[in-house]
Design a protein around this ligand. Sequence first.
Ligand SMILES: Nc1ncnc2c1ncn2[C@@H]1O[C@H](COP(=O)(O)OP(=O)(O)OP(=O)(O)O)[C@@H](O)[C@H]1O
Length: 446
Amino acid sequence: MKKTLHPSMIQQDSSSLPDQHKTQTTKNYFKVASRKLAGVFTALLFRKRKKATTDTNKMNSNTQVRRISFSTSTDRSTGSDVRSSAGFKSFGSYGSSSSASGHIPTPGFSFEDICKATGNFSPENKIGDGGFGTVYKGRLKDGSLVAVKRAKKDKFDQGLPLQFKNEILTLSKIEHLSLVRLIGFLEHKDEQIIVVEYVANGNLREHLDGVKGNGLEIAERLDIAIDVAHAVTYLHTYTDPPIIHRDIKASNILITEKLRAKVADFGFARLAAGDPSATHISTQVKGTAGYVDPEYTRTYSLTEKSDVYSFGVLLVELMTGRCPIESKRPVKERVTIRWAMKRLKEGEFVIAMDPKLRRSPASNMVVEEVLRLAHQCLAPIRKSRPSMKQCVEVLWRIRKDFKEKVSSSTAPCTSHCSANFPNRNPKSDRHLFGIQEGDSYGFISA
Ligand SMILES: Nc1ncnc2c1ncn2[C@@H]1O[C@H](COP(=O)(O)OP(=O)(O)OP(=O)(O)O)[C@@H](O)[C@H]1O
């Protein structure tokens, strides 16, 4: 049963042109992942709450992989889901009834239509490359803009079609304005195509890097955080069964022309329904280096709190502008969350603030408060992390405080934040934040 979407979760538009961002692994991850899985595969797994447990796995890694994907044993739900999806050739919501009911609708387009829409997959229309396909911009017959994800043929032997089917099956079950909408999927000879809503303004990482747009103001970053928190709350709370995204990261946050966010790439999402035999044991650790819940990598058990952890990393990214792993920086700054949390703990959060952000009492307040929330999300023990819904509430409160502060303040501060907070006492802040000496945020000290 689908619960009613809270009106405040609804927001706007779409359209884009991004490129891929490369996240680097750290040697800490090398310890965990010993070889990258040949081919990314996703199992659709209908998960039961509170039942994720450990499994023994053989681990895989690659020194320069963005994604960590290491598997241990057969994911029981995979077989079930593969079977359930094996019979169809195509489906989608374009020109058909909603797919949210689980009914597989008939697509409103053919492979020829997709060729026309993308100019025969013209390089000019290429948006970017992902782990399992190339993404093109296209225009369908009705004039609507779409993103067309075409599976890489050389990956077929490695289970790529399954990845695609899983992604679209997951997408077909969800509807939210801050989540990228599935339009359709089709198979044609050896082609697998997924068609999703086109989001016009690149991804968050590109905006933070300055590759796209004119730089994000603090209020825009806060709105983006709220959009993502809404979307993930929806996945966790308002879908039945709940969905864990598993790959929340800046390059999966697409940005609209109005600088609002839409969460994309559900290739790693694990659904858990329809397979009564599924144990919901997490048998594969998936995600992107720097974002993965350390408890998940340790125990192979996946819960919504794993997304909360990744969201915490994203919050730090939004406030600092830095990637989760910054391998070219001095050792102490390479793991951004550890560096930023230390700055926060020592009352120097403004040092961690993205230099591109304008300093003002209001924006400083946002950075500090958001980093505090991030600190909670990054708690090594899951139980200590807030739910996504709680994150939404905290972010709303920060936005409200920000607006009040902006309207009551006329003189922006351009110097170091200590000027704004002359009475700040790092020691009392440490107490306030509850940060303990030795908090590692899942990373082994360098
Ligand atoms: N719906 C969309 N609208 C516009 N651009 C998109 C859309 N989906 C993906 N893109 C862009 O296409 C590129 C490739 O996306 P894709 O999701 O395939 O890979 P990724 O998420 O960057 O990498 P990976 O899949 O390996 O995690 C990215 O730059 C992304 O911003």
